[in-house]
Design a protein around this ligand. Sequence first.
Ligand code: GAL
Length: 384
Amino acid sequence: MQNKYLAMTPPMGWNSWNTFTWNINEDLVCGAADALCASGLKDKGYEYVVIDDCWSLKQRDENGRLVPDPEKFPHGMKAVADYVHSKGLKFGMYSCCGTHTCAGYPGSFEHEFVDAETFASWGVDYLKYDNCYKPKHMDGEVLYKRMSLALRNCGRDIVLSACNWGNEDVHSWIRSSGAQLFRSTGDIQDNWESVKNLFLSQLDKTAFSGPYCHNDIDMLIVGMHGSSNNEFIGNIGSCSDLEYRSHFALWAVMGSPLMIGCDIREMSDETRRILMNDEMIRINQDPLCRQPYKVKNHAWNDNVLIYVKALANGDLAIGMFNLSDEKSRAAMNLDEIGLPFSTGHTLELTEVWTGDTLRARNASLTAELEPFASKVYRAKVVKL
Ligand code: GAL
């Protein structure tokens, strides 16, 4: 029986695009599956291995079916899927709602049902579905609904990861389409400015993400350190580890999927530490999937944003983010999150990166933040 309850919490995994773009093949994909297991990432919950654009031939076969490029994937896609599954992982692929993919390979427009059937026959568990070459007269909403219907009737559980970059007010109709994810942003680049702008662009959309249908702010750039072979992704010089940390914290608190974009076969120790931070993952994967709300920063600094996320066990995740290149202060009042002194309660907090613990005093919480730094607390409500 099919399990229709897919992606209750944001999917986690690895995607080939950010680092490798067109330069993909079965050794890379199987190597990524090996690395997910050997590094311990799989044990932390990263389970999808997703091949992005550039995997097929430029022509369909005589039956109108997509054909994997035999030079890149000499054993075919079923063999790759079988390998990924043999590692206890799930397998993802990519197509487009238009006539072509962004890199010019065949798209699924007017082939939705046959493609869904093909993906199912290969053992695909996740489909990233892009928005290039969409015929001008077609409504995107209709095309995403079509692929969603095709996938939900292909005989296999396949997550639909819609990727229309936030066009056509996607947040307002995507949940009804049956899709499990919606990319709400343009493409991420390996630099802080991009991370910051993607985050800021979604702050008025937080109400639309939730269990079974998540706002996807794009794949992670953590640990890439300028390694992309794509000029757009890697053209303005990369991030520091501190910036990668804050990027990961922002994505975790926002409930975005955690799809790793770096070369996981060669991660630095710090990259591992960031991607495998248990508490950050727990906040991201909290079963309620509540979106964070904004709290006023009483330090009067517009570059420091404070976001609070309600967690399933009654705790709160409190993220303080310094988006600027100046040392800055964060200060919040507990009465604004429901804890005035008169309640007889306060917060006991554990900082997620350092493990430091503290107890809130004077009904406020303050922090000093280095440039681009973040502090994320798991906060427990306790009696005064
Ligand atoms: C873009 C998409 C990227 C990547 C790329 C492939 O439209 O946003 O994440 O999939 O296409 O060509």
